[in-house]
Design a protein around this ligand. Structure first.
Ligand code: CAA
Length: 283
């Protein structure tokens, strides 16, 4: 499998981070969004993030310019006809992902692997909407994708073993560490992380401690890079809710039953960093 040109479907927080990672490694990226606003938002996200990489001494400014040039933007899925690999990163809705995969299946070549960045949905259920479920995998990146080193590779019962091996090699080519897991809710990291995040929201809801003290406890007492509420703001409260809800419906484990405060904040438009306000307020 020679990969030089990659399609990324959905340029939200994760998709744009993934596009940046790919372009940084010399790959040509075709980013697909549903409208011009989505395209502009994705481009802005990549410009800002790569600017931070330059400011932090992680990237030369000439390399940043080359990286940005390797990414093209479109609203037409059909522009992916000649890509060698696709990573889908649209919002966490099985219907939306199934629709994207069914369309991609008709557009890209028969040997092309289709990867989903889903964080909690069943990759098996997504793959059955194509004629190639053996070439469908999960490729789950972590936010911020350009900084965090892990990629979870999710193989279903029908994923071809050499496809899994190729995708692991591809993740390593991107400078990531790959872990391989079967298709279970939350995979490894989210299965462990989201019960903790949900618990922190419940503690805040019950006035157990202030947001600052909850976050300080985990940062300073456990050495976590951010506290749980600041992390939820980074992930996006809507995304976190979708992940919890999906895990809860698959496992029925009360640990993952979304805390009501999360839903109330989402309804009020407090989505975290992306909307300027969540548990904290951002410029
Ligand atoms: N490319 C490469 N490097 C970059 C970069 C980019 N685009 N942007 C920033 N960096 C580098 C910076 O230079 C800096 O490097 P040093 O530490 O060597 O100085 C480092 O990344 C951190 O960047 P910042 O200084 O800008 O930010 P920070 O120090 O405040 O750290 C953070 C921010 C990386 C988010 C850190 O707090 C962290 O790791 N938090 C935890 C995040 C986490 O747990 N994410 C997982 C969420 S769950 C998930 O994603 C799964 C899901 O399905 C939703």
């Amino acid at each position: 499998m020679v990969i030089a040109r990659v399609g990324v479907v959905g340029l939200g927080t994760m998709g744009s981070g993934i596009a940046e990672v790919l372009a940084r490694c010399g790959l040509h990226v075709v980013g697909v969004e549903i409208d011009r606003n989505g395209m502009a938002r994705g481009r802005r996200h990549i410009e800002r993030s790569s600017e931070r990489a330059v400011a932090g001494g992680k990237l030369a400014s000439t390399d940043r310019a080359a990286l940005l040039e390797r990414i093209s933007y479109t609203t037409a899925l059909t522009d992916l006809a000649d890509v060698d690999f696709v990573i889908e990163a649209v919002p966490e809705s099985l219907d939306r992902k199934a629709e994207v995969f069914a369309q991609l299946d008709k557009i890209v070549g028969p040997e092309v692997v289709l990867a989903s960045n889903t964080s909690s949905l069943s990759v098996t259920e997504i793959g059955v909407h194509t004629s190639r479920p053996g070439k469908v995998v999960g490729m789950h990146f972590f936010n911020p994708a350009p900084v965090l080193k892990l990629v979870e590779i999710v193989r279903t019962v029908v994923t071809e073993p050499d496809v899994t091996a190729q995708v692991v090699a591809f993740a390593e080519r991107l400078g990531k560490t790959a872990v391989v897991i079967g298709d279970r809710a939350g995979f490894i990291a989210n299965a462990l992380l989201f019960g903790y995040l949900n618990h922190a929201v419940r503690m805040l809801e019950q006035h157990y401690a202030t947001r600052e003290d909850l976050d300080a406890a985990m940062r300073l007492g456990c050495g976590y890079p951010m506290g749980p509420l600041a992390l939820l703001d980074l992930i996006g409260l809507d995304t976190a809710y979708e992940i919890l809800d999906s895990m809860y419906h698959q496992s029925r484990d009360r640990l993952h039953a979304p805390t009501p405060l999360l839903k109330q904040m989402i309804t009020a438009g407090l989505l975290g960093r992306k909307s300027g306000r969540g548990f904290y307020t951002y410029d």
